[in-house]
Design a protein around this ligand. Structure first.
Ligand SMILES: Cc1ncc(COP(=O)(O)O)c(C=O)c1O
Length: 393
C-alpha cells in the first residue's frame, strides 16, 4: 500500500513557533466584551491637524502620488538629517545616509535581512517587540536573548558580554524599551558600545520612542565613540506624531549600511507613503515645544496609570519612557499573565497583554502584564475605575 505523505505545513518552519496571535485574540476580546482596550500600542487621538492637512494637500496637489524616489523624498531625508542634528548633534548626509521605510517595522526587517547571514547570532534584550524574533527567523539568524529583569529592567552587562560568541553578528537594541519602559543610561550604552567595538559587532538601534522619555535622557548609541560607523539607527513617525497608520519610518547609517538595507527594502516594498512623506518632513521641523509636549502629556498619564494600577492591587514597574507600563499580577494570587489577560475582559472590562509573549525565557515574564497608556485621559480613568473592582487575593 502506498503511504500517504504527510501534508507539508504551509508556514515556513522558521516562523512556525512564533505564536504571536495574542494581539488579534485580545483585540477580538476587547470588541466582543466591550472592554477598554489597553492592549495594542496605538493612540486614540490623531496627530497634529496641520500635519494631517499637509498629507491631504500633498495628495490633492499631486505630490507623492506616484512612486517616490527609492531612498525617500528629498524633503523628508533632509528633515530627518536636520532632526538628528537638532536633537543629538549628529551629522547625517541626507543624500547617502538616510533611507525612508514603510514604518520602523520594515526598517527592522530590511536591516536584519541585509546584515544577517544564516546561522549568524543576533543578541537582543528580551522581552522584545514581537517583530524582532520573526525578522531574525526570516533572516535565518539565531536569536540570543539577554533578559531584562524586574523590577528595574536594567541591561545586565556581564550577561551581555557572556552572550557574545564568534558567531555574533549584531546587537539589536531598543531604548526606550517596549514593553518595559526602560531607558538605557549613557553609561549602559557606553558599555554596550565598547563591547560592540571590541568584538566588531554591528548594532541595530530601534529608537521609535526617542521622544517619549520621562526620566533620564535618550542617547542614540550612534552618538557614542566608534558607533557611528557600525550602527543602523531606526525611528518612525508613528509614535512621535501619532500617525501609526501612515507607516513612515527611516534609518540613518553610513552610506555602506544604508546601501545594504536599501537593497532589501527595494524588494520588500520598493517605496511607500509618498504624500505622507511630505507631511512628515513638515512634522519633523515642528518647534521643540511639540516634542516636549508629547513627553509631558504622556508623563502625566504615566503617573495617573501607575498610581491607579498600584491602587487596584498590581505591582507596578514604573516606566521611564514609552507608553507602556509593565505590572505584576502576583498580588492577586495569580501565576499566569496569559490566563489573567484572558479573564480580565470578563472580570473587569479591560484588555491588557501578557508580557510572556515578548520573552523566550518564559519564566521571566510569566506573571507580567503590559498596559498601554497612549489613550485619552477619560479612557484611562474608565479603565482604572473598572480595574479597581479587582481585589488582590
Ligand atoms: C519597539 C518598536 N519598534 C518598532 C515599532 C513599529 O513601528 P512602525 O509602526 O513605525 O512600524 C513599534 C510599534 O509598536 C515598537 O514598539
Amino acid at each position: 500500500m502506498v503511504q500517504q505523505a504527510q501534508p507539508r505545513p504551509l508556514l515556513n518552519r522558521r516562523l512556525a513557533d512564533l505564536g504571536t496571535t495574542i494581539f488579534a485574540e485580545m483585540s477580538e476580546l476587547a470588541v466582543s466584551t466591550g472592554s477598554v482596550n489597553l492592549g495594542q500600542g496605538f493612540p486614540d487621538t490623531d496627530g497634529p491637524e496641520q500635519i494631517a492637512r499637509a498629507a491631504a494637500d500633498a495628495i490633492l496637489s499631486g505630490r507623492g502620488n506616484q512612486y517616490p524616489p527609492g531612498a525617500g523624498i528629498g524633503e523628508l531625508r533632509t528633515a530627518i538629517a536636520a532632526h538628528q542634528r537638532r536633537f543629538y548633534d549628529l551629522d547625517v548626509d541626507p543624500g547617502t545616509e538616510v533611507l525612508v521605510t514603510a514604518g520602523a517595522t520594515e526598517a527592522i526587517a530590511a536591516a536584519l535581512l541585509a546584515l544577517v547571514e544564516p546561522g549568524d547570532e543576533v543578541i537582543a534584550f528580551e522581552p522584545y517587540y514581537d517583530s524582532y524574533a520573526a525578522c531574525i527567523a526570516m533572516a535565518a539568524g539565531i536569536r540570543v536573548p539577554v533578559t531584562l529583569r524586574a523590577p528595574d529592567f536594567r541591561p545586565d552587562l556581564d550577561e551581555l558580554r557572556a552572550a557574545v560568541t564568534d558567531r555574533t553578528r549584531l546587537i539589536l537594541l531598543n531604548s526606550p524599551h517596549n514593553p518595559t519602559g526602560s531607558v538605557f543610561t549613557r553609561a549602559e550604552l557606553t558599555a554596550i558600545a565598547e563591547l560592540a567595538t571590541a568584538s566588531d559587532l554591528l548594532v541595530i538601534s530601534d529608537e521609535v520612542y526617542e521622544h517619549m522619555v520621562f526620566d533620564g535622557e535618550h542617547v542614540p548609541i550612534a552618538s557614542l565613540p566608534g558607533m557611528r560607523e557600525r550602527t543602523v539607527s531606526i525611528s518612525s513617525a508613528a509614535k512621535t506624531f501619532s500617525f501609526t497608520g501612515w507607516k513612515i519610518g527611516w534609518i540613518t547609517a553610513t552610506p555602506d549600511l544604508v546601501t545594504a538595507v536599501r537593497t532589501v527594502k527595494q524588494f520588500l516594498t520598493f517605496v511607500s507613503g509618498g504624500p505622507f512623506q511630505y507631511a512628515i518632513a513638515e512634522a519633523l521641523a515642528m518647534p521643540r515645544d511639540y516634542f516636549s509636549g508629547v513627553a509631558g502629556s504622556l508623563a502625566a498619564r504615566r503617573d495617573m496609570m501607575c498610581d491607579g494600577l498600584a491602587a487596584a492591587g498590581f505591582e507596578v514597574y514604573r516606566p521611564a519612557g514609552t507608553y507602556f507600563i509593565t505590572t505584576d499580577i502576583r498580588p492577586f494570587g495569580e501565576s499566569s499573565g496569559l490566563d489573567f489577560c484572558r479573564k480580565l475582559p470578563y472580570q473587569a472590562g479591560v484588555v491588557a497583554i501578557p508580557s510572556v509573549v515578548f520573552y523566550d525565557n518564559a519564566e521571566a515574564g510569566q506573571t507580567q502584564v503590559r498596559f498601554a497608556f497612549c489613550k485619552k485621559v477619560e479612557v484611562l480613568a474608565e479603565a482604572l475605575a473598572r480595574l479597581s473592582a479587582l481585589r488582590p487575593g
